[in-house]
Design a protein around this ligand. Structure first.
Ligand code: F6R
Length: 611
C-alpha cells in the first residue's frame, strides 16, 4: 500500500524523508520518490524499485532543502515505473503532489484538462489531480484554496501532500478515506500515512479525519474542512512501538489482513458496480468485450487459493452467464497438451501475478492461440503485463503468506466478470442482475458484522487446537470454500485437513469419522441446504464433532451441530465471500494457540516463482 511522508522545519528534509520511506517499506511498494523545495524550485527524483535506489539517485549534496515530501507507491493505475512513481508535478512545474487512494473520476477530469491543453506524462489517476490544482490556482490565486476547490471535484479516496515553489513555506495536506497524520515537533511538522514513519522524530500527532485539510508551516498547523470551516484538533501521544503500528495493532499480518476485508471488498468494487444498469464497469476488459461476448468456453487456471477462487467462478459464470467453464490447476494445464480453440478465453487468477506455474500456463495458452486475461492483485506483475487484458483486485499488499483478503477480493472480481458477461449476453433478467449488484454492495457491511466479535471462534479454536485431523464439507458454491478452509488450516497450523464436496463423504472419508474427528460443515441456506443437513446427521450418527457455518436466524441447525458460527445471508453465488471468513479466523486462532509462525509458515513462500 502506498506510503506518505513529509517534512517542514529547519533541518535537511532528505535524510528524514529517506528514513521515513524505509520505515514505510513494510507496507509493500514498487517505486518511490521525493520532491524537495530549494531556492524557489522543486527538486524531484523518482525511482522504480527499492528506496535504496532512490537514495543513490538523490545524493544529499544535490537535494538540500528543509521542505519536502516523499512517497512509496504500490501501483493501482499504471505499471510500476519511474514516470508513474510519485510525486507528480503540475504542467507549469510549480506544484508537486503525492497521493494515496484512488481518484475514481480521474478519467473525466483528465479529459476536461486535456481539452484545456494539459499534457499528461503518466498513466496514474493522481496526475489528474495535480493538474486540476494548477487549474484551480488560476481561479483562487493561492495553493490552499486551489487544493480545496480541486478536491471538491474529486470522487474517490485520497491522502495527499502538496508543495509549491510559489509558496515555499508550507505543505498542504488533506484526507478522505486514506489515513493521514500530522507529526508535531519543535519548530517543525511532519505528515505521514502512518506513525511508523515518524515516531523516531516525534510522538506528538494529530489524526486527520475524512474531509479535512491542513496547512503545515514550520511553526504552525491549521486544520479546516474541505468546505473551509475551521477545526480545532487535539494532539495525541503515540504510545505503541513500530512493530505494533506496522501490524495495525494486530498481533499478526494475517489477522490484520482478515480484518481489512470490509475495506478491501469495497476497493475491489469501487466505481465498478452499475446498480441501475445491472452491469459492471471493468475498464481492463474494454478491449476484449467482443471476445468475451463470443467466447464458447472460459478456462480458468490458477494455483492454491487462487484456484479455489476459480472454482467458485466456474459456478457463478455457468449459472448466470450461461457459458461453459473449465477450471484447471495451472501446473497440470501446462503439461497435458490441452486442446485450445480460438474461441476459448483463458482467465488466470494470481494474487502475486508471478506464480511460475500460472505464468507458464498463460504462455502455453497464448502459444495455442487462446485469448488470455489476468485477475491479479499486484499491478504491473508479469502475469498482468503478459495478459491481453484483465481486472485488478485492488486488495493492497498481502504480507501474511496465507492468502485471505486476496481470496475474497478475487471472488468479488469474478462476480463482477459474471455480471458483465451475463449483462452482455442477456442470459438472465435485468432484475436478477440488479439483485446481484445490490447484494454485492451489501457485502462489506455483512463482513463487518462477522468480524465484530471473534470470541466464539477463538473459543472453538481452543477446543480443537490439539486435533490431528479436520474434515471440511461444503456443497455447490461452498464446496470450494471447504477446500479453502482446509488449506488455510493445514498451511498455518500444520494440522492435516481435507476438504470435500459433502456428498462425496460417503464414498470414502466417512470411514475416518469418530468422536475425535472435527468436521467443519458449511451449511448456509442455499439450494443445497436440505442435503447438507442430512450430511451433518450422517457425521453426528458416527459421533463426529460438527462445527457448522450457518445463517443468522437458523435455529434448527443449533439442535444438530456441536458448534454453530452464524453469518448473514446473501445470494448463493456470494455466500463463499462471507462463509470463508470464519474459516480464516478459525485457522488463525488454532495456529496461534499451537504456537505456529502464522505469517511465515514453514516451507512456504508468498510468491512461488519456481516450478
Ligand atoms: C494459500 C496461498 C497459495 C497461493 C498460491 C498461488 O494461502 O497463498 O496457495 O494462493 O501459491 O499464488 P498466487 O495467487 O500469487 O498465484
Amino acid at each position: 500500500m502506498c506510503g506518505i511522508i513529509g517534512y517542514i522545519g529547519n533541518n535537511n528534509a532528505l535524510p528524514m524523508l529517506i528514513d521515513g520511506l524505509k520505515r514505510l517499506e513494510y507496507r509493500g511498494y514498487d517505486s518511490s520518490g521525493i520532491a524537495i523545495l530549494r531556492d524557489g524550485e522543486i527538486h524531484l527524483q523518482k525511482k522504480v524499485g527499492k528506496v535504496s535506489e532512490l537514495e543513490k539517485a538523490a545524493p544529499l549534496k544535490d537535494y538540500t532543502g528543509s521542505i519536502g515530501i516523499g512517497h512509496t507507491r504500490w501501483a493501482t493505475h499504471g505499471e510500476p515505473s519511474d514516470v508513474n512513481a510519485h510525486p507528480h508535478m503540475s504542467n507549469d512545474g510549480t506544484i508537486a503532489m503525492i497521493h494515496n487512494g484512488i481518484i475514481e473520476n480521474y478519467h473525466t477530469i483528465k479529459t476536461k484538462l486535456e481539452k484545456l491543453g494539459y499534457k499528461f506524462k503518466s498513466a496514474t489517476d493522481t496526475e489528474a489531480l495535480v493538474h486540476l490544482i494548477q487549474e484551480m490556482k488560476k481561479v483562487s490565486g493561492d495553493l490552499e484554496t486551489a487544493v480545496r476547490l480541486a478536491l471538491r471535484q474529486v470522487d474517490g479516496t485520497y491522502g495527499i501532500a502538496v508543495v509549491s515553489s510559489q509558496e515555499p513555506d508550507k505543505i498542504i495536506v488533506a484526507r478522505k478515506g486514506s489515513p493521514l497524520i500530522i507529526g508535531v515537533g519543535e519548530n517543525e511538522h511532519y505528515v505521514a500515512s502512518d506513525a511508523a514513519a515518524i515516531i523516531p522524530y516525534t510522538r506528538q500527532v494529530v489524526y486527520m479525519e475524512d474531509g479535512e485539510i491542513a496547512v503545515l508551516t514550520k511553526n504552525t498547523f491549521e486544520t479546516k474542512t474541505i468546505d473551509n470551516v475551521e477545526k480545532i484538533k487535539q494532539i495525541h501521544e503515540v504510545t505503541f512501538d513500530i512493530e505494533e503500528i506496522e501490524k495495525g495493532g494486530y498481533d499478526h499480518f494475517m489477522l490484520k489482513e482478515i480484518m481489512e476485508q470490509p475495506e478491501t471488498l469495497r476497493n475491489a468494487m469501487r466505481g465498478r458496480v452499475l446498480l441501475n444498469e445491472g452491469n459492471a464497469k471493468l475498464s481492463g476488459l474494454n478491449d476484449v468485450t467482443l471476445l468475451l461476448e463470443n467466447a464458447q468456453r472460459i478456462i480458468i487456471t490458477a494455483c492454491g487459493t487462487s484456484w479455489h477462487a476459480g472454482l467458485v467462478g466456474e459456478y457463478m459464470l455457468e449459472q448466470y452467464a450461461k457459458v461453459s467453464v473449465e477450471v484447471e490447476y495451472a501446473s497440470e494445464f501446462r503439461y497435458r497438451n490441452p486442446i485450445i480453440k480460438p474461441t476459448d478465453v483463458l482467465f488466470l487468477i494470481s494474487q502475486s501475478g508471478e506464480t511460475a506455474d500460472t505464468l507458464a500456463a498463460l504462455r502455453e495458452a497464448k502459444k495455442k492461440g487462446a485469448s488470455v486475461l489476468g485477475i491479479c492483485n499486484v499491478v504491473g506483475s508479469t502475469i498482468a503485463r503478459e495478459s491481453q487484458g484483465g481486472v485488478y483486485i485492488h486488495a493492497g499488499p498481502e504480507i501474511g503468506v496465507a492468502s485471505t483478503k486476496a481470496f475474497s477480493s478475487q471472488l468479488v472480481v469474478l462476480s463482477l466478470v459474471t455480471l458483465l458477461i451475463a449483462h452482455q449476453r442477456e442470459s438472465v433478467s435485468h432484475d436478477v442482475l440488479m439483485t446481484m449488484c445490490k447484494e454485492l454492495l451489501d457485502l462489506p457491511s455483512k463482513v463487518e458484522k462477522i468480524l465484530k466479535d471473534t470470541s466464539q471462534i477463538e473459543k472453538i479454536a481452543e477446543e480443537f487446537k490439539t486435533s490431528n485431523n479436520f474434515l471440511y464439507l461444503g456443497r455447490g458454491y461452498n464446496f470450494p470454500v471447504a477446500l479453502e478452509g482446509a488449506l488455510k488450516l493445514k498451511e498455518i497450523s500444520y494440522i492435516h485437513a481435507e476438504g470435500y464436496p459433502a456428498a462425496e463423504m460417503k464414498h470414502g472419508p466417512i470411514a475416518l469419522i469418530d468422536e475425535n474427528m472435527p468436521v467443519v460443515v458449511i451449511a448456509t441456506k442455499d439450494s443445497t441446504y436440505e442435503k447438507i443437513i442430512s450430511n451433518i446427521q450422517e457425521v453426528k450418527a458416527r459421533k463426529g464433532k460438527v462445527i457448522a457455518i450457518a445463517n443468522d436466524g437458523d435455529d434448527h441447525i443449533d439442535t444438530l451441530a456441536d458448534y454453530v458460527i452464524k453469518v448473514p445471508h446473501t445470494l448463493d453465488m456470494l455466500s463463499p465471500i462471507l462463509n470463508v471468513i470464519p474459516l480464516q479466523l478459525l485457522s488463525y486462532f488454532i495456529a496461534v494457540k499451537r504456537g505456529c509462525n502464522v505469517d511465515q509458515p514453514r516451507n512456504l513462500a508468498k510468491s512461488v516463482t519456481v516450478e
